[in-house]
Design a protein around this ligand. Structure first.
Ligand SMILES: Cc1cc2nc3c(=O)[nH]c(=O)nc-3n(C[C@H](O)[C@H](O)[C@H](O)COP(=O)(O)OP(=O)(O)OC[C@H]3O[C@@H](n4cnc5c(N)ncnc54)[C@H](O)[C@@H]3O)c2cc1C
Length: 398
């Protein structure tokens, strides 16, 4: 305990000395912040300074082993780091699918060369990753995927199409699932492979969403040669790796959307709501709204504590279990309720698309509400999560 307190006190001094003043008060979440990568550009140069200084100590991936560039911190120390960052109102120095998805998966399934090659680059924010799972005919039924990889000497030649690839247009590398065997059970002919996207034959086209932004893309892959050494685990064992990665993804989605109230960036949810409905005796004037808001805040805190408890209990270096499906359902539905609640609070002001009459925050509100519709689809739909919970958590028969 005393050791942890002294670690925390040194940390505070170090952060105080090294965190750029211009970033105090800046917010970040699992999906909002500095994604790094070769194509990154920095409106505020301090964002890059902050990344570099934190990466130098491995604090962008605090719990990863030091031999791969991580901070080598214990769970308790990493938690202290997160708490201190929050207390000092500092953003995470780096976010992205490298840290939340492929990194932890490589730690569990990658070979030594793959870990040494890819993990330090993730820690330093040099490479941005995207996820090539879904295809036009393979979403919920992911194992039906048809993107083919055929062995040619010490390479695989890949042909196919991926869809809904979030941020593929800004990514440098893709982790993807390919079909390497068409005989037998479809799950047993899938391979998990890593592909550098900066090569001929990889074409990325953004797709416009209902929210007006284009976070995801179609990715066309034509005769792309990928070294066989980029296969993670064994050829035809990709399904096991893919499922483990999804458990990391689902926990990340639950935390991104469920635990951090996105309405309350600079002010509390209640203070924000008071600007629309006013206060009576220091409390929100509308009692029904007050109840709904309090419930939503309590649910968010309960989820945050529950996911933290699951993280504390997880075996080091292993994916969270199928309970990640429960977190995913709960966190995403909670965010959808929160967005609906924000609409109820702001009324017609929450329905602007562009032009005068709406503040920039109100225009963002409309788009975030629309974006939240996808929460119960991305990372596997709620129906699919319920199937997983029925089978793998409750042990119900098929
Ligand atoms: C915002 C967002 C970001 C995404 N990012 C990525 C990404 O980066 N990379 C990537 O690979 N994919 C990504 N996806 C794709 C996502 O994983 C798929 O959309 C999802 O798995 C569902 O597949 P589908 O869209 O083909 O729907 P379908 O599988 O066609 O499902 C249609 C409907 O049928 C229901 N259904 C299907 N099967 C069953 C069943 N067995 N039991 C009960 N109901 C069922 C579904 O719940 C759904 O309501 C993203 C999606 C969104 C919305």
């Amino acid at each position: 305990m005393a050791e942890l307190e002294s670690f925390r006190s040194d940390l505070r001094d170090w952060l105080d000395a090294n965190a750029p003043a211009s970033l105090r008060g800046a917010q970040s979440s699992e999906l909002e912040g500095n994604w790094g990568g070769r194509k990154a550009s920095y409106a505020n140069p301090d964002t890059k300074v902050w990344l570099d200084v934190m990466a130098e100590r491995g604090f962008t991936a605090p719990e990863w082993p030091t031999e791969y560039g991580g901070g080598g911190l214990s769970k308790a120390e990493a938690k202290a780091l997160r708490e201190e960052l929050r207390a000092m109102q500092l953003p995470a120095p780096l976010i992205g699918f490298g840290l939340t998805m492929i990194g932890p998966t490589l730690l569990q399934f990658g070979n030594e060369e793959q870990k040494r090659e890819h993990l330090p680059k993730i820690v330093r924010g040099e490479i941005r990753w995207c996820q090539g799972y879904s295809e036009p005919g393979a979403g919920s039924d992911l194992a039906s995927l048809q993107t083919r990889a055929v062995r040619d000497g010490d390479h695989f030649v890949i042909n196919g199409q991926k869809i809904w690839t979030s941020y593929a247009d800004r990514a440098d590398w893709m982790f993807l699932l390919v079909r390497t065997d068409t005989e037998g059970k479809k799950q047993e002919g899938i391979t998990f492979i890593l592909m550098d996207m900066d090569q001929p034959g990889v074409e990325v086209k953004p797709i416009l969403l209902i929210s007006g932004s284009s976070p995801f893309c179609e990715t066309f892959i034509t005769d792309v040669r990928v070294p066989a050494e980029n296969v993670v685990s064994e050829v035809n064992n990709g399904w096991t790796v893919a499922k483990a990665l999804l458990q990391h993804e689902r926990t990340m989605i639950a935390e991104a959307f469920g635990s951090s109230p996105r309405a309350a960036k600079a002010q509390s949810f209640a203070d924000w709501a008071a600007e629309y409905v006013g206060r009576e005796g220091g409390r929100l004037a509308d009692s029904t709204l007050r109840d709904r808001l309090a419930q939503n805040e309590m649910d968010a805190r309960a989820l945050a504590l529950t996911t933290q408890r699951a993280r504390d209990a997880a075996k080091a270096g292993h994916a969270p279990g199928p309970e990640s499906s429960m977190f995913k359902i709960y966190g995403t539905e909670l965010n959808q309720r929160r967005q609906e609640l924000r609409l109820s609070v702001a009324g017609p002001q929450a329905l602007g698309w562009e032009g005068p009459g709406f503040s920039p925050d109100e225009l963002t509100l409309t788009r975030e509400w629309l974006r939240s519709r996808g929460n119960t689809i991305e990372g596997g739909t709620s129906e699919v999560q319920l199937n997983i919970i029925a089978k793998r958590v409750l042990g119900l028969p098929d």
